[in-house]
Each structure stands twice: as structure tokens, then as C-alpha cells.
Design a protein. Sequence first.
Length: 174
Amino acid sequence: MATTTFSGPLRVGDAQKSTNAQVAGAVSLVATAYMADPTAATTTELRRGSAATGNSALSVILPKNAIVTYIEVEADATGGTNPTFDLGWIEVKADTPASDPDGLIDNGDADAGHTVFNFATATVGNDFGFVMSSDYPVKITGGVGASAATGGNITMRIHYHVYDTTFGTDGSGS
């Protein structure tokens, strides 16, 4: 399957041309991520899928101003006593990147099967629903929580949108 890439803003009809404060919402995007080892350090970069190996280009990278609002997880960790996992991020830049290893999920259930993390979930991190970095794209990281699993893997779909700083409050772009 081909990849579609574009850099233009998305528009919905005449919504952005309106002179009142009513502006169409952001488009929701989905990134697929795979945690091959839920016993690894929380700073381990996740990859796009189970077939992705060893190439940093296969890291899960969200654009700057990304806001995660919903995560679907297939938590198939094994062993341990009530194993948990953390999910976070690190800025993609060369010098002293900001990061938060449990900013998206803090001690999520690692062996619960299909689980949804949203604003009502007690184990979402303090960056869930907020811009992670307004300066750089971020790599998604994850690994063992407070209670370690002994094996397995975790797959997920990360739903996010990008905060748009290009339009004024009246939707005119000025």
C-alpha cells in the first residue's frame, strides 16, 4: 500500500472562511505501535509493528504539537503478578531532548487483553490530552511499569490530533 503525504491544511467546506468563532475541529489521526518486550526499560522506542526490526526509521514518531486523546491496546504481556506498563515519549532532536517515560500511560494493565485508555482511565499519564512538544516531533517510548511482566508483547493504536497554531481565533488565518 502506498503512503500518502501532504503538508497543506485540511479544510471542511467553508468552516475556515467563517468570520465568527465557529471553526471545524481537528482531524484525528492514528499511529500503530508495537512493544515487543514489556519487560524493557520505559525509554525503549516503540516500533510500528511486529515485523519492523532494527531500523530507527521504523520508530513511532508523532509530529510536534501532537495531542494524544485515545489509545487502544491489546495487552498480551505474560507472567508476573498484575504486570503493568508505561507509555511515554522523547523529543526527536540532537541535544538534551525533553521526555516523559510515563506521560501517556502510567502503570497500565499489561495483561488485560483489549483495553481502551481515554480521559476517564485512571492510569493515563499527565501528558495525555496535552501537547507533548511544541518544538519537535516525539518518538513514542514504553516498557515495564511498577510490576514487571516476564514476557509477551503489547500492540496499540494511538489516536491523536495536531494542535493547529496557524489560524487566528476567527478562523481567518490572521
